[in-house]
Design a protein around this ligand. Structure first.
Ligand code: AMP
Length: 190
C-alpha cells in the first residue's frame, strides 16, 4: 500500500490535488471534511455532532473524527492505498492514524504539505465561497478562524512527521497541473 497525508491550511488546494492524484495513482481519497458535509446534508447523527463546529470553523472533537476515519479505512482496505485529505489535524489524530496503519501492517509513507501564503488562502476561499455553497467559505471571519485553528492546532504536525522523516514541503502556488507535477515527483521517489 502507499499512504499519503496531503497536508496544508484551508484553501491550500488539498482537495483539488487529491482528485488528480487518486486517478493517477489509483488511491482511495478520504476527505474528512467531505464526509462531514455529506453527513450534515443527510442529517445523520454524525452530521448533527459535527455541524456546530464546522459552521464556526472549529475542529470537530477528536473522538468523533477518529472513529469516523477508522470506519472508512476499515471499509476500504481493498484499495491500493489512501490519500488522507484534512486528516490528521491534531497530534491525537496523527497518533491514532499511526496505530491504525500499524494494525493493518502498513504505514504512512509521506506527509506532503502544500505551502501557500495566508492572504492567498483567504482570497482563494472567498472565491470558492461564491460557488461552493459552503457556509464556512462564505464568511471572512470564519475563514480567518479556520486559518488560525490551523496554525494553533494543526501546523505542529509538520514536526510530528519531520521526526519520522516523512515530511515533504511543496510550493502550493502555481497552476493546478504544475502542483500535481511537484507532488508526483515526491510520490514517485517513495
Ligand atoms: P475541510 O473540508 O478539510 O476544510 O474541513 C471542513 C471542516 O470540517 C473543518 O473546518 C473542521 O470543522 C471539520 N474537519 C474536517 N476534518 C477534520 C479533522 N480531521 N478534525 C477535526 N475537524 C475536521
Amino acid at each position: 500500500m502507499i499512504n499519503i497525508v496531503l497536508f496544508g491550511p484551508p484553501g491550500a488546494g488539498k482537495g483539488t490535488q487529491a482528485e488528480n492524484l487518486k486517478e493517477k495513482y489509483n488511491l482511495k481519497h478520504i476527505s474528512t471534511g467531505d464526509v462531514f458535509r455529506y453527513n450534515i446534508k443527510n442529517e445523520t447523527e454524525l452530521g448533527q455532532k459535527a455541524k456546530s463546529y464546522i459552521d464556526k470553523g472549529e475542529l470537530v472533537p477528536d473522538e468523533v473524527t477518529i472513529k469516523m476515519l477508522n470506519e472508512i479505512v476499515e471499509e476500504n482496505m481493498d484499495s491500493k492505498g489512501f490519500i488522507f485529505d484534512g486528516f490528521p489535524r491534531t497530534e491525537a489524530q496523527a497518533e491514532a492514524l499511526n496505530d491504525l496503519m500499524d494494525s493493518k501492517s502498513t504505514q504512512i509513507d509521506a506527509m506532503i504539505a502544500l505551502e501557500v501564503p495566508d492572504e492567498k488562502l483567504v482570497e482563494r476561499l472567498l472565491e470558492r465561497g461564491k460557488t461552493s455553497g459552503r457556509k464556512d467559505d462564505a464568511d471572512e471571519s470564519v475563514i480567518r478562524n479556520r486559518i488560525k485553528v490551523y496554525y494553533e492546532e494543526t501546523a505542529v504536525l509538520k514536526e510530528f512527521y519531520k521526526k519520522e522523516n516523512k515530511y515533504y514541503g511543496i510550493d502550493g502556488v502555481g497552476s493546478i497541473s504544475e502542483i500535481t507535477e511537484r507532488i508526483s515527483k515526491v510520490i514517485d521517489q517513495l
